[in-house]
Design a protein around this ligand. Structure first.
Ligand code: PGA
Length: 255
């Protein structure tokens, strides 16, 4: 039985006072009216992890980061290690987001190394996969996603799959207002599930699979109703407390 999971990816947005207000609303709302077994996380920019983490202490919301170094320590100016993320209270980290792949040239090999670095430090990697519009239009979506997935997970041990989360985020749906239809998303999720079970056996059944790409308060429920969609990775809508809370509640209803 997989719990639903909803993660907010703030991307490069936020500042101290606004973060405080957003987090306070979120924590209060989930305290007053809990979402049952739905797991909720937020991933602020690295410089705010510590302050947001302090604010989240004692709440049901867990802290995550948006990126990490594949190296454990050393002369890597500007980088942040998995151990540092753990040190400031992170439980999870987004790995291989399409913006990292396209804007910062992260390839499958680097994404695999980051996935391992996260697992070594005891973090949950939220591994992002997804095809571009051109790849979808040429009928390659399932192959692209399977390739990205296998590159990152084929070397993992059985117990590491217990901490893995996979997010399917079609590149054409991210920040565009164009969501994959629940059927399109379910088709890819079912394929991801098949590949995970092939690679990991029963452990593959328990990996939480999130959909991401223009999820909002209006479309979340029908996406989360699909059998292989266990929740969402939410960008824009995670910056508005009411929208993000509504998406968490949609996951609770679907769950
Ligand atoms: P979006 O972003 O919800 O703004 O489309 C999702 C993501 O990139 O994780």
């Amino acid at each position: 039985m997989r719990n639903a999971l909803v993660i907010g990816n703030w991307k490069m947005n936020g500042e101290t006072a606004a973060n405080h207000t957003l987090v306070a609303s979120l924590v209060e709302s989930l305290e007053v009216s809990p979402v049952g077994s739905v797991e909720v996380g937020i991933c602020p920019p690295a410089v705010y992890l510590h302050s947001v983490g302090l604010q989240l202490e004692g709440s049901v919301v867990s802290l995550g980061a948006q990126n990490l170094s594949e190296h454990d320590a050393g002369a890597y100016t500007g980088e942040v290690s998995a151990a540092m993320l753990r040190d400031v209270g992170c439980h999870m980290v987004i790995v291989g987001h399409s913006e990292r792949r396209s804007l910062y040239y992260e390839d499958d090999e680097q994404v695999a190394a980051k996935t391992l670095a996260a697992l070594r430090a005891g973090l949950k990697p939220v591994l992002c996969v997804g095809e571009t519009l051109a790849q979808r239009e040429s009928g390659e979506a399932l192959d692209v996603v399977a390739r990205q997935l296998c590159a990152a997970v084929s070397g993992l041990e059985a117990d590491e799959f217990e901490r893995l989360v996979v997010a399917y985020e079609p590149v054409w749906a991210i920040g565009t207002g164009k969501t994959a239809s629940p059927e399109q998303a379910q088709e890819v999720h079912a394929h991801i599930r098949t590949v995970l079970v092939r690679v990991a056996g029963v452990a593959g059944q328990n990996v939480q699979l999130l959909y991401g790409g223009s999820v909002n308060a209006d479309n979340a429920a029908e996406l989360f109703a699909k059998p292989d969609i266990d929740g969402g990775l939410i960008g824009g809508a995670s910056l508005k407390a009411n929208d993000f809370i509504a998406i968490c509640r949609a996951a609770a209803v679907a769950g």
